[in-house]
Ligand binder design. Structure first.
Ligand SMILES: O=P(O)(O)OC[C@H]1O[C@H](OP(=O)(O)OP(=O)(O)O)[C@H](O)[C@@H]1O
Ligand SMILES: O=c1[nH]c(=O)c2nc[nH]c2[nH]1
Length: 190
């Protein structure tokens, strides 16, 4: 998606060998006009699928999932990373390692909000090693629901998540794929 790539080029900051910071428009401050265009782009890429719910994981997936849901006209469910008294006792659960926080979480979704009748589109802001996406897929599987596709805003193609998901023959769409960084600049996949 050219508009997204332009923003990454203009505002992205490379941190170390593996991290891209795009928190001026994606996952801290959010540019909602860009989110609208990205939500529509996901709709165009997945509109032939029957989607009944969008599933994401807190925190950074929620924004794009919510805007995309306006196009799909379905609810958003987000997996929670921490236990709390307002989460139902009956949950689907998967262990996920957070690449940025370098910690394990049990992500959880109440059994109330996913059922075997659901056709799920998983959306997230980043794909790195695929742990979050695989955890969400495991939760969908536990519910007996169907994963229709996975939509990612920025895939870091030099990490293994994209390969792991494509091996599973899931319909994966990334709005921008990064092949690496060179002298602080982002190299996009053609
Ligand atoms: O493909 P992976 O290796 O799983 O990396 C991608 C995940 O990492 C980030 O979440 P993070 O744990 O940073 O949490 P956040 O949503 O609170 O920013 C991002 O939002 C994805 O969910
Ligand atoms: O802001 C982010 N930058 C990254 O490189 C990344 N990888 C996973 N999650 C991420 N979030």
């Amino acid at each position: 998606m050219e508009l997204l790539k332009k923003r990454i080029e203009e505002e992205g900051r490379v941190v170390g060998d593996e991290i891209l910071k795009v928190d001026s428009f994606l996952n801290h401050q959010m540019d909602i006009e860009l989110f609208q265009a990205m939500g529509e782009a996901f709709y165009e890429r997945f509109k032939t699928h029957k989607i009944t719910k969008i599933l994401t994981v807190e925190a950074s997936g929620i924004g794009i999932a919510a805007i995309a849901a306006l196009y799909f006209k379905v609810p958003v469910v987000f997996a929670k990373k921490t236990k709390s008294r307002n989460l139902d006792a009956e949950t689907y659960t998967a262990e996920v390692y957070s690449f940025t926080k370098q910690a394990y979480y049990d992500i959880q979704v109440s059994k109330r909000y996913l059922s075997e009748d659901d056709h799920i589109l998983i959306l997230d802001d980043f794909l790195a090693n695929g742990k979050a996406a695989l955890g969400l897929m495991a939760i969908v599987e536990q519910a007996g629901a169907t994963v229709e596709g996975i939509g990612i805003v920025i895939e870091k193609g030099f990490q293994e998540g994209g390969k792991l998901l494509r091996e599973r023959s899931v319909h994966l769409e990334s709005l921008a794929i990064i092949d690496g960084f060179e002298n602080g600049k982002v190299i996009f996949r053609k």
